[in-house]
Design a protein around this ligand. Structure first.
Ligand SMILES: *[C@@H]1O[C@H](CO)[C@@H](O)[C@H](O)[C@H]1NC(C)=O
Ligand SMILES: *[C@@H]1O[C@H](CO)[C@@H](O)[C@H](O)[C@H]1NC(C)=O
Length: 336
């Protein structure tokens, strides 16, 4: 039985951790090195920013445009580099996007970055350019908007460098069966809009200060590092009703401070976006001083003791993939 905490937030005094690599935080769970992916893994469209050949695209947006309007499964392979662009993907079939990596298991080794910030565009001095096909400024501010079903993204960092002072999203995921593997998602306020559908995040690094994982998805975060770079609320789950499957599951993940964030500050594990908001931290490693909200189950770390919780919600079991998503989870690579 999982119940909800609606209004009370715990205080987390976070200590800076210069090493966001998950393996250091989970001695009991090895985040091993994996093989390299330094060539086109199939017949993927290729993105090469610096010196594209005749058959390559210089930006991700050009490759996405070349996907066309079909529904067959397709893939895009990106070469190392920083791509300063804002991309919205609405392809009608399954799509995989691969970043070049010498070690696909570790996000810290990623070499492909998609980044927007205050001055990314020649036609605006701000990062907030409204896209015509989507209502709402949150989605429109994203560096990468995955707007469709059956998309997976591997070994790519996505950044919105706007910083403090505005809702500036790095990634919006709107759709079913969206998976991100060893991706880095960087922002400050509203970093990752896990907006709707079933979603899987494995070995990802998500950084922000306030409401930086938010939305209405049924999202599983496994072996991820969630890093605060300022004070605020980590999650803002927006489950809409008592029957809404939306839920954020943080499983064997690390909640910590971002590199460079040395000031002790007030951070909250979450604030409810609506009264049905639902989040669980299970088998996680919580930062020193953590007094989290929502549910907790079998966590470790100096902040995991629950004796001083003011409004603790007790979970009697860990949430499973099938509890979260129902039915089949074959769309996600659960071995990653
Ligand atoms: C998307 O994935 C689901 C679940 O695996 C599958 O049933 C469906 O056929 C897929 N759709 C496309 C267009 O690939
Ligand atoms: C953005 O452009 C403005 C106006 O040209 C400039 O003052 C500012 O320093 C730029 N910011 C960044 C991050 O480059």
């Amino acid at each position: 039985m999982h119940t909800l905490i609606l209004f009370f937030f715990g205080l987390v005094a976070l200590v800076a951790d210069a090493s966001p690599t998950p393996s250091a935080n989970h001695p009991s769970r090895t985040i091993e090195k994996r093989s390299a992916r330094t060539a086109n893994p199939g017949s993927c469209l290729e993105v090469q920013g610096t010196s594209p050949s005749y058959s390559q695209y210089s930006t991700l947006a050009f490759a996405v445009a070349a996907l066309g309007s079909g529904t067959t499964s397709k893939c895009i392979s990106m070469w190392p580099g920083t791509y300063t662009e804002r991309v919205m993907i609405q392809y009608g079939g399954a799509l995989s996007i691969y970043g070049y990596s010498v070690n696909t298991g570790i996000q810290a080794d990623n070499q492909v970055t998609i980044s927007v910030g205050k001055n990314y565009s020649s036609y605006s001095s701000y990062s907030r350019v409204v896209l015509s096909r989507v209502d709402g400024k949150l989605d429109a501010s994203s560096a990468l908007h995955l707007y469709g079903d059956n998309y997976s993204v591997w070994n790519i960092n996505i950044k919105n460098t706007y910083g403090a002072g505005a809702q500036a999203v790095a990634v919006t995921s709107t759709g079913n069966y969206i998976a991100m593997y060893a991706c880095g998602i960087y922002g400050y306020q509203d970093t990752l809009y896990a907006k709707s559908g079933y979603q899987y995040y494995s070995r990802c690094y998500v950084e922000g200060a306030d409401d930086f994982i938010f939305g209405n998805a049924a999202a599983w975060f496994g072996d991820c590092t969630i890093a605060c770079n300022g004070g605020g609320s980590i999650t803002a789950n927006n489950r809409a009703s008592a029957s809404d499957p939306a839920w954020y599951i943080f499983d064997t993940s690390t909640i910590t401070a971002a590199s460079g964030w040395t000031t002790t500050a007030a951070n909250y594990l979450g604030q409810p976006w609506g009264i049905y908001s639902r989040v669980i931290f299970q088998k996680c490693n919580l930062a020193v001083g953590a007094t989290p909200i929502y549910e907790e189950y079998e966590n470790t770390g100096a902040g995991s003791a629950t004796t001083s919780r003011l409004y603790e919600t007790t979970a009697t079991a860990a949430v499973t993939y099938s509890t979260l998503w129902g039915g089949s989870s074959s769309w996600a690579d659960l071995t990653f």
